[in-house]
Design a protein around this ligand. Structure first.
Ligand code: FUC
Length: 816
């Protein structure tokens, strides 16, 4: 390996993605992002391409007329047909009344796009056309350091070494690029800003390019603006319409700022003033700063998040190889524990880079990265798994602030959601169906089985609660509670009794799946599908706890508690599986290996099922997973990692993780079994979908630490106390390792070190002074802030600690 390569790799092997060739496809390009601004860097030597994104660049508009305002009138008839198992008539009536108002049946064409048409989009391209020294091209390397969030390219052309460094800085709200070389005066290039449709790029003398346009090139669409400033040391800067150029500089720096007239506000139609002044202000503020200053501020801001967690699972020689090569070798069975830590930290990197606390919008189904005007599945916020999975790692991997864009976004859903609740159920409260987008879409989709899912709102509210469970921030909970309460009101009103008097939903679906009755009737709608019962159980349960923590709404809380206990419990079917539908039809499944395993919600991310408290149901989950098989799309595999971790089966969880790291190149949509990882470490559904990256981070964390289990104790006045389960699902081939900085419910930060497959030591820092129990096998000693204290065991062999805020508790195993 050439010396320039060695330098880079020696310094950063652990947390660097690197390659010996430029990216040939978008899925090989490297991603940087500051939450708002993203770039995919291709690393070509002569013609560099940075494909740019800005998180609010969305086509479309707010669809005020998407709900079928009288849909609710068909509800009694739909429910009757379902109870009588007249499923084809029920589905027909559902499609006419419980879908969006696209009237597809009347028009005889697939025109749901007409209503649901908004998509996240590219901002455009920054192209750098270089004039390089003539001669041999050598020592090429491109990289992305995720411990510093700096991407780079370096190579030797002729006698000159060229180097590019690129960061997306949240501190300065810009993308910054530095171009240097080993020879003075060697930097010559032309920079262009362009977009597929409707953009106008103007050269503003002496050193600026400004690109403006609207998302689909029509008046009335969202407006965007991007500004690029070029600062050169030496050389001559000139420009013309559409480009700017530098000749013979010693060094050049480019700063790019961008924005749109989007604002997260239903009442204003999601629009505000033209971005021109804002974008210019940002650029002017940074224009006088040296690149080094921008870099230092970026590092400080980024590391504040990234450095909180460290993971070590061992080392092997393959850790020194290029990333694409490592993926291939790993799949061939070669050891590379550092690839897992890299993939883990890369997931955290992606969350930080796509979801900074003050983002206007949350991380979408490609984070903030996407090339084109209509991106896969519009890159929206599918709320029957994908949106939520994006945020599974946020609390546990110590990125709680990165959760805020999602939590804030949820608070804006009740406004449109009230209309949707009224239209389809004549109900109070708010409802978001299967998906949402930048424009406050809450309406069901145009078709079954995916469109009419009525638990998107219930599920996203779990995130409002979890943020409190981890942070114990009562001020925050006070703000979030009304959204949860109103969400409960919808379900309190719409749940009905089944023939045994238990509460269920009807019409009811199990996301995107279909069933077949014993008589051979196929349908996607039934009454009482398991996932919906579980989501509502979880919602009611958390909202009761929220009332108790806030000490308010006692009567409402009682009502919720009673309703929660009347919800039909999860059930075991004749194959020993957890039942997915209202009746035991699972074994007739038309698609036995379907990617959605929705009915295991209660195992993960829910807490209704656990091997300790409901062992029979946990066993049924295991059976279901065996029947479903291990294959799937990227996110489906990632979900299964989390399931197996919650079943305390680390070896099976690791098997799935290894599968998720399977190298994939294809971008053709595959709903079955082609999930894996692209060479830039993006998750492959395929195509690229970021949820799998995030689901893998939570899955790995769940192998090492879990805290969903609650307990009651006379020692606590707090309504929710949590068990810290240390190393609940450690895979046998990770005998030695350590993790630092994980977060647990109850407000704890946890470090763990293990050897020979057993815990050595754990340190628990209490951030809120809660009572906790710690599940550790065997005897151990305890020190509080360095002083030895006796260990108090509880009945089930765990230890109970009444912690004090900001104290550290160190536990060491004695019986090794
Ligand atoms: C749902 C999933 C697909 C994909 C899409 C974005 O439709 O079933 O697999 O993840 O959302």
């Amino acid at each position: 390996m050439a010396s320039t390569n060695n330098k880079v790799i020696d310094r950063k092997s652990d947390l660097t993605l690197w390659y010996k060739e430029p990216a040939k496809s978008w899925e090989q390009a490297l991603a940087v992002g500051n939450g708002q601004l993203g770039a995919m860097i291709f690393g070509n030597t002569e013609k560099e391409r940075l494909q740019l994104n800005e998180i609010t660049v969305w086509s479309g508009e707010c669809k005020l007329e998407a709900d079928r305002k009288e849909g609710f009138k068909a509800l009694p008839e739909i429910r009757r047909l379902i109870r009588e198992e007249k499923f084809s008539e029920a589905m027909e009536l559902m499609t006419e009344n419980m879908t969006d108002a696209g009237d597809r049946l009347a028009a005889h064409k697939a025109d749901w796009d007409d209503l649901y048409s908004a998509s996240y989009q590219t901002l455009g391209d920054l192209t750098l056309d270089f004039i390089l020294d003539k001669g041999e091209m050598e020592d090429y390397i491109r990289w992305l350091d995720i411990d510093s969030a700096i991407a780079g390219v370096s190579f030797k052309s002729g006698e000159t070494i060229y180097r590019r460094e690129i960061v997306s800085s949240a501190f300065d709200k810009i993308i910054a690029i530095r171009l240097t070389s080993s020879r003075r005066g060697a930097i010559s290039f032309k920079a262009m800003l362009s977009r597929i449709v409707g953009a106008r790029t103007v050269y503003c003398s002496p050193d600026k390019l400004v690109m403006t346009g609207t998302t689909l090139g029509r008046p009335g669409d969202l407006c965007y603006e991007a500004q690029l400033k070029l600062i050169a040391k030496g050389g001559v800067v000139t420009g013309e319409e559409g480009h700017i150029q530098v000749t013979g500089a010693d060094e050049a720096v480019l700063y790019l700022s961008a924005g749109t007239d989007y604002e997260l506000n239903y009442t204003s139609g999601y629009k505000r003033e033209h971005p021109h002044a804002r974008v210019e202000r940002i650029l002017e503020a940074v224009a006088g700063k040296a690149f080094e200053e921008v870099l230092q501020a970026h590092l400080k801001e980024y590391r504040h998040y990234f450095d909180r967690v460290g993971l070590k699972l061992g080392e092997s020689e393959n850790g020194m190889l290029p990333t694409d090569e490592r993926l291939k070798r790993f799949q061939a069975g070669e050891e590379d524990p550092q690839l897992i830590t890299l993939f883990y930290q890369f997931g955290r990197y992606l969350l930080i880079s796509s979801s900074r606390p003050d983002n206007q919008l949350p991380s979408n189904s490609q984070g903030i990265w996407g090339d084109g005007l209509e991106l896969p599945w519009k890159c929206d916020y599918k709320s029957n798994i994908n949106f939520q999975m994006n945020y599974w790692p946020s609390e546990i991997s110590n990125l709680s602030e990165c959760h805020l864009p999602m939590l804030n976004f949820i608070k804006h859903l009740p406004e449109p959601g009230r209309k949707t609740a009224k239209a389809y159920f004549d109900a109070p409260g708010w409802l978001m169906a299967y998906t949402t987008n930048a424009w406050g879409w809450t309406t069901p989709g145009a078709y079954g089985p995916w469109g009419p899912f009525f638990c998107g709102s219930g599920w996203v509210c779990q995130h409002l609660w979890e943020h409190f469970a981890f942070t114990r921030d009562l001020d925050y909970l006070k703000e979030a509670y009304p959204v949860m309460k109103e969400c409960c009101e919808f379900y309190l009103h719409t749940m009905i009794e089944d023939s045994n008097g238990y509460l269920i939903t009807s019409p009811s679906t199990s996301p995107e799946n279909t069933f077949c009755t014993d008589e051979g009737a196929q349908s996607w709608v039934c009454e009482g599908a398991a996932m919906e019962r579980q989501i509502i159980w979880e919602l009611f349960n958390s909202t009761v706890l929220a009332c108790k923590n806030l000490d308010l709404d006692q009567e409402f809380s009682k009502k919720l508690e009673t309703a929660r206990d009347c919800i039909r419990r999860p059930e075991i079917g004749k194959g020993g599986q957890l039942m997915e539908w209202g009746k035991d039809w699972d074994l007739n499944a038309p698609e036995p290996q379907h990617r959605h395993v929705s009915h295991l919600f209660a195992l993960y991310p829910g807490r209704q099922i656990s091997p300790i408290h409901t062992p029979d149901l946990a066993e049924a989950c295991r059976k279901t997973l065996e029947l479903r098989g291990d294959a799937g799309t990227g996110w489906s595999i990632a979900w299964k990692i989390n399931f197996w971790s919650r079943l305390y089966d680390g070896d099976h969880a690791l098997k799935l993780l290894n599968q998720q790291l399977k190298p994939v190149e294809s971008t053709l949509t595959n709903y079955m079994d082609a999930g894996g990882t692209y060479s830039n470490l993006f998750d492959a559904h395929p195509p690229f979908q970021i949820d799998g990256n995030f689901g893998a981070v939570s899955g790995i964390t769940e192998m090492l630490l879990q805290s969903q289990e609650m307990f009651d104790s006379p020692k606590s006045t707090c309504p929710d106390n949590y068990m810290l389960h240390i190393l609940p699902a450690l895979p046998s081939c990770w005998p030695t390792g350590s993790v630092r900085g994980l977060r647990a419910r109850g407000g704890f930060e946890v470090d763990i070190r293990w050897e020979g497959g057993k815990l050595e030591e754990t340190v628990i820092r209490s951030l809120a002074g809660s009572l906790c129990r710690i599940r550790i096998a065997g005897e151990c000693s305890m020190k509080v802030n360095g002083k030895a204290v006796p260990v108090q065991k509880t009945g089930d062999g765990s230890f109970e600690i009444k912690t004090e805020k900001d104290c550290a508790y160190q536990l060491r195993r004695l019986d090794k």
